[in-house]
Ligand binder design. Structure first.
Ligand SMILES: Cc1cc2nc3c(=O)[nH]c(=O)nc-3n(C[C@H](O)[C@H](O)[C@H](O)COP(=O)(O)OP(=O)(O)OC[C@H]3O[C@@H](n4cnc5c(N)ncnc54)[C@H](O)[C@@H]3O)c2cc1C
Length: 543
Protein backbone atom coordinates (compact mmCIF):
# COMPACT_ATOMS: atom_id res chain seq x y z
CA UNK A 1 0.00 0.00 0.00
CA UNK A 2 1.32 3.42 -0.90
CA UNK A 3 1.83 5.76 2.04
CA UNK A 4 -0.77 8.54 2.28
CA UNK A 5 1.06 11.81 1.91
CA UNK A 6 0.03 15.42 2.16
CA UNK A 7 -3.48 14.79 3.53
CA UNK A 8 -4.40 17.01 6.51
CA UNK A 9 -5.34 15.29 9.77
CA UNK A 10 -9.02 15.44 10.66
CA UNK A 11 -10.05 18.48 12.66
CA UNK A 12 -10.96 16.75 15.92
CA UNK A 13 -10.31 16.92 19.64
CA UNK A 14 -10.26 20.67 19.95
CA UNK A 15 -12.54 23.00 21.86
CA UNK A 16 -14.67 25.03 19.47
CA UNK A 17 -15.22 27.72 22.08
CA UNK A 18 -11.60 28.08 23.17
CA UNK A 19 -10.52 28.21 19.52
CA UNK A 20 -12.93 31.04 18.72
CA UNK A 21 -11.47 34.33 19.93
CA UNK A 22 -14.17 36.59 18.42
CA UNK A 23 -16.85 34.56 20.18
CA UNK A 24 -15.08 34.52 23.51
CA UNK A 25 -14.56 38.26 23.39
CA UNK A 26 -18.19 38.85 22.40
CA UNK A 27 -19.57 36.63 25.13
CA UNK A 28 -17.66 38.63 27.70
CA UNK A 29 -18.66 41.95 26.18
CA UNK A 30 -22.35 41.13 25.88
CA UNK A 31 -22.65 40.07 29.51
CA UNK A 32 -22.83 36.30 29.12
CA UNK A 33 -19.53 35.34 30.71
CA UNK A 34 -21.34 33.71 33.65
CA UNK A 35 -22.35 30.99 31.17
CA UNK A 36 -18.82 30.49 29.88
CA UNK A 37 -18.44 27.04 31.41
CA UNK A 38 -21.59 25.84 29.68
CA UNK A 39 -20.46 27.15 26.28
CA UNK A 40 -16.95 25.80 26.81
CA UNK A 41 -18.35 22.37 27.63
CA UNK A 42 -20.40 22.46 24.42
CA UNK A 43 -17.25 23.52 22.57
CA UNK A 44 -15.34 20.57 23.99
CA UNK A 45 -18.11 18.11 23.13
CA UNK A 46 -18.51 19.54 19.64
CA UNK A 47 -14.85 18.79 18.94
CA UNK A 48 -15.02 15.15 19.97
CA UNK A 49 -14.95 12.36 17.42
CA UNK A 50 -18.11 10.95 18.96
CA UNK A 51 -20.21 14.09 18.50
CA UNK A 52 -18.83 14.70 15.01
CA UNK A 53 -19.91 11.13 14.14
CA UNK A 54 -23.44 11.84 15.42
CA UNK A 55 -23.68 14.68 12.91
CA UNK A 56 -22.71 12.42 10.03
CA UNK A 57 -24.94 9.54 11.16
CA UNK A 58 -28.00 11.72 11.71
CA UNK A 59 -27.68 13.02 8.15
CA UNK A 60 -26.92 9.79 6.37
CA UNK A 61 -29.84 8.07 8.15
CA UNK A 62 -32.66 10.58 7.63
CA UNK A 63 -35.91 10.28 9.60
CA UNK A 64 -38.55 7.80 8.46
CA UNK A 65 -42.29 8.37 8.48
CA UNK A 66 -44.55 5.68 9.95
CA UNK A 67 -48.11 6.61 9.07
CA UNK A 68 -49.85 3.47 10.39
CA UNK A 69 -49.23 0.66 12.85
CA UNK A 70 -49.38 -3.00 11.80
CA UNK A 71 -53.15 -3.06 12.38
CA UNK A 72 -53.82 -0.10 10.16
CA UNK A 73 -54.30 2.48 12.88
CA UNK A 74 -52.90 5.90 12.08
CA UNK A 75 -49.91 6.70 14.26
CA UNK A 76 -48.24 9.55 12.32
CA UNK A 77 -44.87 9.02 13.89
CA UNK A 78 -41.40 9.82 12.64
CA UNK A 79 -38.46 7.64 13.62
CA UNK A 80 -35.08 9.25 14.02
CA UNK A 81 -31.65 7.66 14.10
CA UNK A 82 -30.20 7.35 17.64
CA UNK A 83 -27.56 9.95 16.70
CA UNK A 84 -30.34 12.56 16.33
CA UNK A 85 -31.46 11.83 19.87
CA UNK A 86 -27.90 12.19 21.19
CA UNK A 87 -27.60 15.59 19.50
CA UNK A 88 -30.94 16.66 20.95
CA UNK A 89 -30.04 15.44 24.44
CA UNK A 90 -26.93 17.61 24.48
CA UNK A 91 -28.77 20.66 23.15
CA UNK A 92 -31.68 20.39 25.58
CA UNK A 93 -29.46 19.29 28.45
CA UNK A 94 -27.49 22.53 28.08
CA UNK A 95 -30.60 24.69 27.89
CA UNK A 96 -30.18 25.83 24.28
CA UNK A 97 -33.98 25.68 23.96
CA UNK A 98 -34.71 27.74 27.08
CA UNK A 99 -31.76 29.33 28.87
CA UNK A 100 -33.10 32.92 29.00
CA UNK A 101 -36.49 31.70 30.24
CA UNK A 102 -34.92 29.46 32.87
CA UNK A 103 -32.39 32.04 34.00
CA UNK A 104 -33.66 35.47 33.04
CA UNK A 105 -30.51 37.33 33.97
CA UNK A 106 -28.46 39.88 31.99
CA UNK A 107 -26.65 38.26 29.09
CA UNK A 108 -28.85 35.15 28.98
CA UNK A 109 -29.85 35.51 25.31
CA UNK A 110 -26.22 36.23 24.41
CA UNK A 111 -25.06 33.17 26.34
CA UNK A 112 -27.67 31.00 24.69
CA UNK A 113 -26.76 32.35 21.24
CA UNK A 114 -23.11 31.51 21.89
CA UNK A 115 -24.00 27.97 22.96
CA UNK A 116 -26.33 27.46 20.00
CA UNK A 117 -23.65 28.74 17.61
CA UNK A 118 -21.00 26.42 19.01
CA UNK A 119 -23.15 23.30 19.20
CA UNK A 120 -24.81 23.82 15.78
CA UNK A 121 -21.38 23.52 14.20
CA UNK A 122 -21.58 19.79 14.77
CA UNK A 123 -24.94 19.49 13.04
CA UNK A 124 -27.40 22.12 11.90
CA UNK A 125 -30.62 20.14 11.38
CA UNK A 126 -31.46 19.41 14.98
CA UNK A 127 -31.22 23.11 15.74
CA UNK A 128 -34.66 23.51 14.17
CA UNK A 129 -36.82 22.11 17.03
CA UNK A 130 -34.38 23.55 19.59
CA UNK A 131 -34.78 26.99 18.10
CA UNK A 132 -38.57 26.76 17.68
CA UNK A 133 -38.97 25.68 21.31
CA UNK A 134 -36.86 28.63 22.49
CA UNK A 135 -38.88 30.98 20.32
CA UNK A 136 -42.33 29.69 21.26
CA UNK A 137 -42.29 31.03 24.81
CA UNK A 138 -42.63 34.77 24.09
CA UNK A 139 -45.65 34.03 21.87
CA UNK A 140 -47.14 31.60 24.37
CA UNK A 141 -46.91 34.22 27.09
CA UNK A 142 -49.59 36.16 25.23
CA UNK A 143 -51.95 33.60 26.78
CA UNK A 144 -50.90 33.47 30.45
CA UNK A 145 -53.05 30.47 31.46
CA UNK A 146 -51.56 28.30 28.72
CA UNK A 147 -48.08 29.62 29.45
CA UNK A 148 -48.48 28.73 33.12
CA UNK A 149 -49.32 25.16 32.16
CA UNK A 150 -46.77 24.59 29.39
CA UNK A 151 -43.79 26.76 30.26
CA UNK A 152 -42.56 24.64 33.19
CA UNK A 153 -42.46 21.66 30.80
CA UNK A 154 -40.67 23.57 28.07
CA UNK A 155 -37.94 24.87 30.34
CA UNK A 156 -36.72 21.62 31.90
CA UNK A 157 -33.35 20.24 30.80
CA UNK A 158 -34.87 16.85 30.02
CA UNK A 159 -35.12 15.63 26.48
CA UNK A 160 -38.09 13.29 26.65
CA UNK A 161 -39.00 12.15 23.11
CA UNK A 162 -42.13 10.19 22.19
CA UNK A 163 -45.80 11.05 21.80
CA UNK A 164 -47.52 11.13 25.20
CA UNK A 165 -49.84 13.60 26.95
CA UNK A 166 -47.81 16.66 27.87
CA UNK A 167 -48.70 16.47 31.56
CA UNK A 168 -46.93 13.10 31.79
CA UNK A 169 -43.69 14.26 30.18
CA UNK A 170 -40.44 15.47 31.73
CA UNK A 171 -39.91 17.98 28.95
CA UNK A 172 -41.72 19.12 25.80
CA UNK A 173 -40.72 20.63 22.47
CA UNK A 174 -42.58 23.09 20.24
CA UNK A 175 -42.81 23.61 16.49
CA UNK A 176 -44.66 26.11 14.32
CA UNK A 177 -47.05 25.64 11.44
CA UNK A 178 -47.85 28.68 9.34
CA UNK A 179 -46.98 27.90 5.72
CA UNK A 180 -49.69 26.50 3.43
CA UNK A 181 -49.54 25.37 -0.18
CA UNK A 182 -50.95 28.60 -1.52
CA UNK A 183 -48.44 30.80 0.29
CA UNK A 184 -45.85 30.99 3.03
CA UNK A 185 -44.66 34.59 2.93
CA UNK A 186 -48.22 35.85 2.78
CA UNK A 187 -49.80 34.01 5.71
CA UNK A 188 -53.02 35.93 5.22
CA UNK A 189 -53.61 33.41 2.43
CA UNK A 190 -54.02 30.69 5.10
CA UNK A 191 -57.23 28.73 4.62
CA UNK A 192 -57.06 26.39 7.64
CA UNK A 193 -60.31 26.96 9.54
CA UNK A 194 -60.68 27.16 13.32
CA UNK A 195 -64.15 26.46 14.67
CA UNK A 196 -64.89 27.21 18.33
CA UNK A 197 -65.96 24.19 20.37
CA UNK A 198 -67.55 26.24 23.15
CA UNK A 199 -67.41 29.95 23.78
CA UNK A 200 -64.13 30.26 21.84
CA UNK A 201 -62.03 33.37 22.35
CA UNK A 202 -58.50 33.66 23.81
CA UNK A 203 -57.57 30.47 25.68
CA UNK A 204 -60.75 28.80 24.34
CA UNK A 205 -61.03 25.44 22.61
CA UNK A 206 -61.21 25.09 18.83
CA UNK A 207 -61.18 22.47 16.09
CA UNK A 208 -58.75 23.08 13.23
CA UNK A 209 -59.35 21.76 9.73
CA UNK A 210 -56.95 22.30 6.84
CA UNK A 211 -53.37 21.61 5.90
CA UNK A 212 -49.83 22.91 6.39
CA UNK A 213 -47.36 22.50 3.54
CA UNK A 214 -44.21 22.79 5.64
CA UNK A 215 -44.25 21.69 9.25
CA UNK A 216 -40.79 20.86 10.50
CA UNK A 217 -39.92 18.60 13.42
CA UNK A 218 -43.40 17.01 13.46
CA UNK A 219 -42.53 14.90 16.50
CA UNK A 220 -42.63 18.01 18.67
CA UNK A 221 -45.20 17.84 21.44
CA UNK A 222 -47.08 20.95 20.38
CA UNK A 223 -47.24 23.54 17.62
CA UNK A 224 -48.16 27.15 17.33
CA UNK A 225 -50.46 27.19 14.32
CA UNK A 226 -52.13 29.97 12.36
CA UNK A 227 -55.73 29.41 11.32
CA UNK A 228 -58.78 31.44 10.32
CA UNK A 229 -61.14 31.81 13.30
CA UNK A 230 -64.51 33.54 12.96
CA UNK A 231 -62.77 36.77 14.04
CA UNK A 232 -59.87 36.44 11.60
CA UNK A 233 -56.41 34.84 11.42
CA UNK A 234 -55.47 33.69 14.92
CA UNK A 235 -52.75 31.75 16.68
CA UNK A 236 -53.39 28.36 18.32
CA UNK A 237 -51.56 25.90 20.50
CA UNK A 238 -52.10 22.47 18.97
CA UNK A 239 -50.90 19.44 21.00
CA UNK A 240 -49.94 16.24 19.17
CA UNK A 241 -51.49 14.11 21.92
CA UNK A 242 -54.71 15.04 23.68
CA UNK A 243 -54.83 15.21 27.48
CA UNK A 244 -56.72 11.86 27.55
CA UNK A 245 -53.84 10.16 25.73
CA UNK A 246 -55.49 9.85 22.31
CA UNK A 247 -53.79 11.23 19.20
CA UNK A 248 -54.88 14.61 17.90
CA UNK A 249 -56.12 14.95 14.30
CA UNK A 250 -52.62 15.83 13.01
CA UNK A 251 -51.85 13.56 10.09
CA UNK A 252 -48.46 13.49 8.43
CA UNK A 253 -48.93 13.02 4.69
CA UNK A 254 -45.30 13.00 3.62
CA UNK A 255 -41.84 14.04 4.66
CA UNK A 256 -40.13 16.43 2.27
CA UNK A 257 -37.14 15.16 0.33
CA UNK A 258 -34.93 18.19 1.02
CA UNK A 259 -31.71 19.58 -0.44
CA UNK A 260 -30.08 19.68 2.99
CA UNK A 261 -31.19 19.74 6.62
CA UNK A 262 -31.62 16.02 6.11
CA UNK A 263 -31.36 14.93 9.72
CA UNK A 264 -34.50 16.95 10.47
CA UNK A 265 -37.98 15.96 9.31
CA UNK A 266 -40.11 18.53 7.49
CA UNK A 267 -43.65 17.32 7.00
CA UNK A 268 -46.74 18.03 4.98
CA UNK A 269 -49.66 17.70 7.36
CA UNK A 270 -53.45 17.57 7.30
CA UNK A 271 -55.37 18.87 10.28
CA UNK A 272 -58.53 16.85 10.60
CA UNK A 273 -60.67 18.56 13.22
CA UNK A 274 -57.55 18.86 15.35
CA UNK A 275 -58.06 20.17 18.86
CA UNK A 276 -56.31 23.43 19.78
CA UNK A 277 -56.44 26.33 22.22
CA UNK A 278 -56.42 29.91 21.01
CA UNK A 279 -53.30 31.88 22.00
CA UNK A 280 -53.69 35.64 22.30
CA UNK A 281 -56.43 37.77 20.79
CA UNK A 282 -58.74 36.46 18.10
CA UNK A 283 -57.87 37.94 14.72
CA UNK A 284 -54.39 38.96 15.95
CA UNK A 285 -52.58 35.75 15.05
CA UNK A 286 -49.76 37.41 13.18
CA UNK A 287 -49.13 39.85 16.02
CA UNK A 288 -49.01 36.90 18.44
CA UNK A 289 -46.78 34.59 16.43
CA UNK A 290 -44.46 37.39 15.32
CA UNK A 291 -42.76 37.13 18.72
CA UNK A 292 -41.85 33.56 17.84
CA UNK A 293 -40.75 34.59 14.35
CA UNK A 294 -38.45 37.30 15.77
CA UNK A 295 -36.66 34.83 17.99
CA UNK A 296 -36.28 32.26 15.22
CA UNK A 297 -35.02 35.03 12.96
CA UNK A 298 -32.24 35.61 15.44
CA UNK A 299 -31.45 31.92 15.21
CA UNK A 300 -31.26 32.13 11.42
CA UNK A 301 -28.49 34.69 11.97
CA UNK A 302 -26.84 32.57 14.68
CA UNK A 303 -27.17 29.50 12.44
CA UNK A 304 -25.56 31.34 9.53
CA UNK A 305 -22.73 32.56 11.77
CA UNK A 306 -22.26 29.01 12.97
CA UNK A 307 -22.05 27.62 9.42
CA UNK A 308 -19.55 30.31 8.51
CA UNK A 309 -17.39 29.62 11.55
CA UNK A 310 -17.32 25.87 10.94
CA UNK A 311 -16.48 26.47 7.26
CA UNK A 312 -13.63 28.86 8.14
CA UNK A 313 -12.30 26.50 10.80
CA UNK A 314 -12.24 23.65 8.29
CA UNK A 315 -10.69 25.73 5.51
CA UNK A 316 -7.94 27.30 7.63
CA UNK A 317 -7.13 23.91 9.14
CA UNK A 318 -6.95 22.22 5.76
CA UNK A 319 -4.79 24.91 4.23
CA UNK A 320 -2.39 24.82 7.19
CA UNK A 321 -1.64 21.16 6.48
CA UNK A 322 -1.91 20.81 2.73
CA UNK A 323 0.95 21.61 0.37
CA UNK A 324 0.91 22.41 -3.32
CA UNK A 325 3.84 23.40 -5.50
CA UNK A 326 6.24 22.74 -2.62
CA UNK A 327 4.67 25.03 -0.02
CA UNK A 328 1.81 24.86 2.45
CA UNK A 329 -1.35 26.50 1.18
CA UNK A 330 -1.17 28.90 4.12
CA UNK A 331 2.16 30.09 2.75
CA UNK A 332 0.71 30.89 -0.66
CA UNK A 333 -0.24 34.58 -0.83
CA UNK A 334 -3.38 34.13 -2.91
CA UNK A 335 -4.76 31.41 -0.63
CA UNK A 336 -3.95 33.58 2.39
CA UNK A 337 -6.01 36.35 0.82
CA UNK A 338 -8.97 33.99 0.36
CA UNK A 339 -8.75 32.64 3.91
CA UNK A 340 -8.34 36.11 5.42
CA UNK A 341 -11.33 37.43 3.50
CA UNK A 342 -13.45 34.51 4.72
CA UNK A 343 -12.21 35.08 8.27
CA UNK A 344 -13.13 38.75 8.15
CA UNK A 345 -16.67 37.88 7.03
CA UNK A 346 -17.01 35.22 9.71
CA UNK A 347 -15.82 37.52 12.49
CA UNK A 348 -18.17 40.29 11.36
CA UNK A 349 -21.10 37.85 11.52
CA UNK A 350 -20.14 36.49 14.94
CA UNK A 351 -19.84 39.97 16.42
CA UNK A 352 -23.14 40.99 14.85
CA UNK A 353 -25.05 37.94 16.04
CA UNK A 354 -23.87 38.48 19.62
CA UNK A 355 -24.85 42.17 19.50
CA UNK A 356 -28.35 41.23 18.32
CA UNK A 357 -28.76 38.56 21.00
CA UNK A 358 -27.73 41.14 23.55
CA UNK A 359 -30.41 43.51 22.21
CA UNK A 360 -32.94 40.87 23.26
CA UNK A 361 -31.39 40.83 26.71
CA UNK A 362 -31.85 44.57 26.92
CA UNK A 363 -35.24 44.86 25.27
CA UNK A 364 -36.73 46.58 28.32
CA UNK A 365 -34.76 49.61 27.11
CA UNK A 366 -36.89 51.18 24.37
CA UNK A 367 -33.90 52.29 22.26
CA UNK A 368 -32.64 48.69 22.26
CA UNK A 369 -36.09 47.41 21.31
CA UNK A 370 -36.26 49.86 18.40
CA UNK A 371 -32.72 48.94 17.33
CA UNK A 372 -33.61 45.26 17.41
CA UNK A 373 -36.77 45.78 15.34
CA UNK A 374 -34.77 47.10 12.39
CA UNK A 375 -31.38 45.45 12.90
CA UNK A 376 -32.80 41.94 13.11
CA UNK A 377 -34.48 42.17 9.70
CA UNK A 378 -31.43 43.90 8.17
CA UNK A 379 -29.06 41.27 9.56
CA UNK A 380 -31.24 38.26 8.79
CA UNK A 381 -31.28 39.32 5.16
CA UNK A 382 -27.55 39.88 4.90
CA UNK A 383 -25.93 37.17 7.00
CA UNK A 384 -28.02 34.40 5.45
CA UNK A 385 -26.96 35.56 1.99
CA UNK A 386 -23.29 35.79 2.97
CA UNK A 387 -23.26 32.32 4.49
CA UNK A 388 -24.07 30.78 1.11
CA UNK A 389 -21.17 32.47 -0.67
CA UNK A 390 -18.75 31.94 2.18
CA UNK A 391 -19.42 28.22 2.56
CA UNK A 392 -18.98 27.69 -1.18
CA UNK A 393 -15.60 29.41 -1.15
CA UNK A 394 -14.46 27.55 1.99
CA UNK A 395 -15.44 24.30 0.29
CA UNK A 396 -13.25 25.18 -2.67
CA UNK A 397 -10.28 25.77 -0.35
CA UNK A 398 -10.32 22.00 0.21
CA UNK A 399 -10.02 21.24 -3.49
CA UNK A 400 -11.74 18.00 -4.49
CA UNK A 401 -11.86 16.73 -0.92
CA UNK A 402 -14.32 19.48 -0.07
CA UNK A 403 -16.77 18.14 -2.62
CA UNK A 404 -16.82 14.68 -1.08
CA UNK A 405 -19.35 13.65 1.53
CA UNK A 406 -16.78 12.31 3.98
CA UNK A 407 -15.87 15.92 4.66
CA UNK A 408 -18.43 18.09 6.41
CA UNK A 409 -18.29 20.67 3.62
CA UNK A 410 -21.07 19.30 1.35
CA UNK A 411 -23.40 19.23 4.37
CA UNK A 412 -22.58 22.84 5.26
CA UNK A 413 -23.12 23.82 1.63
CA UNK A 414 -26.54 22.19 1.44
CA UNK A 415 -27.58 23.69 4.75
CA UNK A 416 -26.49 27.23 3.89
CA UNK A 417 -29.46 28.43 1.75
CA UNK A 418 -32.08 27.34 4.26
CA UNK A 419 -31.68 30.12 6.80
CA UNK A 420 -32.36 32.59 4.01
CA UNK A 421 -35.67 30.91 3.16
CA UNK A 422 -37.46 30.44 6.44
CA UNK A 423 -38.73 33.19 8.72
CA UNK A 424 -39.08 35.50 5.75
CA UNK A 425 -37.14 34.86 2.57
CA UNK A 426 -34.67 37.49 1.35
CA UNK A 427 -37.13 39.83 -0.34
CA UNK A 428 -39.64 39.52 2.45
CA UNK A 429 -37.01 40.50 5.00
CA UNK A 430 -35.82 43.37 2.87
CA UNK A 431 -39.39 44.62 2.52
CA UNK A 432 -39.83 44.21 6.27
CA UNK A 433 -36.96 46.64 6.74
CA UNK A 434 -38.84 49.23 4.67
CA UNK A 435 -41.99 48.52 6.69
CA UNK A 436 -40.18 49.01 10.00
CA UNK A 437 -38.65 52.26 8.77
CA UNK A 438 -42.02 53.51 7.67
CA UNK A 439 -44.07 52.48 10.70
CA UNK A 440 -41.47 52.85 13.43
CA UNK A 441 -39.20 55.81 12.64
CA UNK A 442 -37.64 55.43 16.11
CA UNK A 443 -36.07 52.22 14.83
CA UNK A 444 -34.14 54.23 12.23
CA UNK A 445 -32.94 56.67 14.88
CA UNK A 446 -31.81 53.78 17.12
CA UNK A 447 -30.05 52.05 14.22
CA UNK A 448 -28.17 55.20 13.19
CA UNK A 449 -27.21 55.91 16.79
CA UNK A 450 -25.77 52.43 17.12
CA UNK A 451 -23.74 52.76 13.94
CA UNK A 452 -22.53 56.22 14.96
CA UNK A 453 -21.07 54.84 18.18
CA UNK A 454 -17.97 54.20 16.08
CA UNK A 455 -17.85 57.68 14.55
CA UNK A 456 -14.40 59.21 14.34
CA UNK A 457 -12.56 55.90 14.42
CA UNK A 458 -12.28 55.17 10.72
CA UNK A 459 -12.61 57.62 7.84
CA UNK A 460 -14.14 55.01 5.51
CA UNK A 461 -16.78 54.19 8.07
CA UNK A 462 -17.49 57.87 8.70
CA UNK A 463 -17.99 58.51 5.00
CA UNK A 464 -20.36 55.57 4.73
CA UNK A 465 -22.38 56.81 7.68
CA UNK A 466 -22.80 60.20 6.04
CA UNK A 467 -23.96 58.54 2.81
CA UNK A 468 -26.42 56.28 4.61
CA UNK A 469 -27.89 59.16 6.59
CA UNK A 470 -28.35 61.10 3.37
CA UNK A 471 -30.13 58.14 1.85
CA UNK A 472 -32.29 57.57 4.92
CA UNK A 473 -33.32 61.21 5.06
CA UNK A 474 -35.24 60.56 1.85
CA UNK A 475 -37.34 57.89 3.56
CA UNK A 476 -37.41 54.16 3.06
CA UNK A 477 -37.35 54.43 -0.72
CA UNK A 478 -38.85 52.27 -3.41
CA UNK A 479 -39.45 48.54 -3.00
CA UNK A 480 -37.21 47.72 -5.95
CA UNK A 481 -34.24 49.24 -4.14
CA UNK A 482 -34.80 47.47 -0.83
CA UNK A 483 -32.00 44.92 -1.16
CA UNK A 484 -29.50 47.63 -2.00
CA UNK A 485 -30.44 49.69 1.02
CA UNK A 486 -30.47 46.71 3.38
CA UNK A 487 -27.05 45.54 2.20
CA UNK A 488 -25.61 48.94 2.88
CA UNK A 489 -27.17 49.10 6.34
CA UNK A 490 -25.96 45.63 7.25
CA UNK A 491 -22.39 46.21 6.14
CA UNK A 492 -22.28 49.51 7.97
CA UNK A 493 -23.55 47.93 11.17
CA UNK A 494 -20.95 45.17 10.91
CA UNK A 495 -18.25 47.74 10.21
CA UNK A 496 -19.23 49.83 13.20
CA UNK A 497 -19.24 46.79 15.49
CA UNK A 498 -15.88 45.56 14.22
CA UNK A 499 -14.25 48.96 14.58
CA UNK A 500 -15.42 49.12 18.18
CA UNK A 501 -15.02 45.52 19.22
CA UNK A 502 -13.24 43.43 16.62
CA UNK A 503 -9.60 42.72 16.09
CA UNK A 504 -8.06 45.96 14.70
CA UNK A 505 -6.57 44.19 11.67
CA UNK A 506 -9.89 42.52 10.90
CA UNK A 507 -11.73 45.83 11.29
CA UNK A 508 -9.24 47.53 9.00
CA UNK A 509 -9.59 44.83 6.34
CA UNK A 510 -13.37 45.03 6.61
CA UNK A 511 -13.47 48.80 6.23
CA UNK A 512 -10.96 48.81 3.36
CA UNK A 513 -12.88 46.20 1.39
CA UNK A 514 -16.56 46.38 2.37
CA UNK A 515 -16.78 50.12 3.04
CA UNK A 516 -13.80 51.62 1.21
CA UNK A 517 -14.64 49.76 -2.00
CA UNK A 518 -11.09 48.40 -2.40
CA UNK A 519 -12.38 44.90 -3.08
CA UNK A 520 -13.42 42.55 -5.89
CA UNK A 521 -16.55 40.52 -6.49
CA UNK A 522 -15.53 37.31 -4.80
CA UNK A 523 -13.67 36.35 -1.63
CA UNK A 524 -9.89 36.57 -1.85
CA UNK A 525 -9.79 40.09 -3.24
CA UNK A 526 -8.62 42.04 -0.20
CA UNK A 527 -6.24 44.89 -1.07
CA UNK A 528 -2.48 44.65 -0.50
CA UNK A 529 -0.80 45.89 2.64
CA UNK A 530 -3.00 44.15 5.22
CA UNK A 531 -1.64 41.64 7.76
CA UNK A 532 -3.55 38.78 6.15
CA UNK A 533 -1.54 35.94 7.66
CA UNK A 534 -2.23 37.10 11.21
CA UNK A 535 -5.95 37.42 10.43
CA UNK A 536 -5.94 33.82 9.25
CA UNK A 537 -3.98 32.75 12.32
CA UNK A 538 -6.60 34.35 14.60
CA UNK A 539 -9.27 32.19 13.00
CA UNK A 540 -7.43 28.92 12.61
CA UNK A 541 -8.24 26.32 15.25
CA UNK A 542 -4.95 25.02 16.62
CA UNK A 543 -5.55 21.29 16.46
C1 LIG B 1 -36.75 22.95 5.04
C2 LIG B 1 -37.88 23.87 5.31
C3 LIG B 1 -38.54 23.77 6.52
C4 LIG B 1 -39.63 24.59 6.79
N1 LIG B 1 -40.28 24.47 7.98
C5 LIG B 1 -41.38 25.23 8.23
C6 LIG B 1 -42.12 25.08 9.43
O1 LIG B 1 -41.76 24.29 10.31
N2 LIG B 1 -43.23 25.82 9.61
C7 LIG B 1 -43.65 26.73 8.68
O2 LIG B 1 -44.65 27.38 8.89
N3 LIG B 1 -42.98 26.89 7.52
C8 LIG B 1 -41.85 26.18 7.28
N4 LIG B 1 -41.15 26.34 6.11
C9 LIG B 1 -41.70 27.20 5.09
C10 LIG B 1 -40.98 28.52 4.90
O3 LIG B 1 -41.16 29.33 6.01
C11 LIG B 1 -41.54 29.12 3.60
O4 LIG B 1 -41.08 28.32 2.54
C12 LIG B 1 -41.12 30.55 3.41
O5 LIG B 1 -41.76 31.38 4.36
C13 LIG B 1 -41.46 31.06 2.00
O6 LIG B 1 -42.81 30.81 1.70
P1 LIG B 1 -43.20 30.07 0.33
O7 LIG B 1 -42.40 28.83 0.24
O8 LIG B 1 -44.67 29.95 0.26
O9 LIG B 1 -42.67 31.03 -0.80
P2 LIG B 1 -43.44 32.29 -1.41
O10 LIG B 1 -44.14 33.03 -0.34
O11 LIG B 1 -44.22 31.87 -2.59
O12 LIG B 1 -42.20 33.16 -1.90
C14 LIG B 1 -41.47 32.84 -3.08
C15 LIG B 1 -40.43 33.93 -3.32
O13 LIG B 1 -41.08 35.16 -3.52
C16 LIG B 1 -40.54 36.16 -2.69
N5 LIG B 1 -41.58 37.12 -2.35
C17 LIG B 1 -42.70 36.91 -1.62
N6 LIG B 1 -43.41 38.03 -1.52
C18 LIG B 1 -42.72 38.99 -2.20
C19 LIG B 1 -42.94 40.37 -2.46
N7 LIG B 1 -43.97 41.02 -1.96
N8 LIG B 1 -42.03 41.03 -3.20
C20 LIG B 1 -40.94 40.41 -3.70
N9 LIG B 1 -40.69 39.11 -3.49
C21 LIG B 1 -41.56 38.41 -2.73
C22 LIG B 1 -39.98 35.41 -1.49
O14 LIG B 1 -38.92 36.15 -0.86
C23 LIG B 1 -39.48 34.14 -2.15
O15 LIG B 1 -38.18 34.33 -2.63
C24 LIG B 1 -40.05 25.54 5.83
C25 LIG B 1 -39.36 25.65 4.62
C26 LIG B 1 -38.28 24.83 4.37
C27 LIG B 1 -37.58 24.95 3.05
Amino acid sequence: MAEVLNQPPPLINYNLFDADLPLREALEREGGSWAQDMVRELGRLAGTEEAIAWGFQANSNPPQLRTHDRFGNRIDEVEFHPAWHRLMEVAIGHGLHALPWREPRPGAHAARAAGFYVWSQVEGGHGCPVSMTYAAIPALRKQPDLAAEWEPLITTLDYDPGLRPHATKRGVLFGMAMTEKQGGSDVRANTTRATPIGAGGPGGEFQLTGHKWFCSAPMCDAFLVLAQAPGGLSCFLLPRVLPDGSRNGFHIQRLKDKLGNRSNASAEIELDGAFAWMVGDEGKGVRTIIEMVNHTRLDCIVGSASLMRQAVAQATHHAAHRSAFGRLLTEQPLMVNVLADLSVESEATTVLMMRLASALDRSADSAEAHFRRLALAVSKYWTCKRAIALVAEALECHGGNGYVEESIMPRLYREAPLNAIWEGSGNVNALDVLRAMDREPESVTAFVEEVEEASGSDARLDRSIVELKKQLSNGAGAEAGARRLVERMAVLLEGSLLVRHGDPAVADAFCASRLGGDWGHSFGTLPPGLPLASIVQRHRPSS
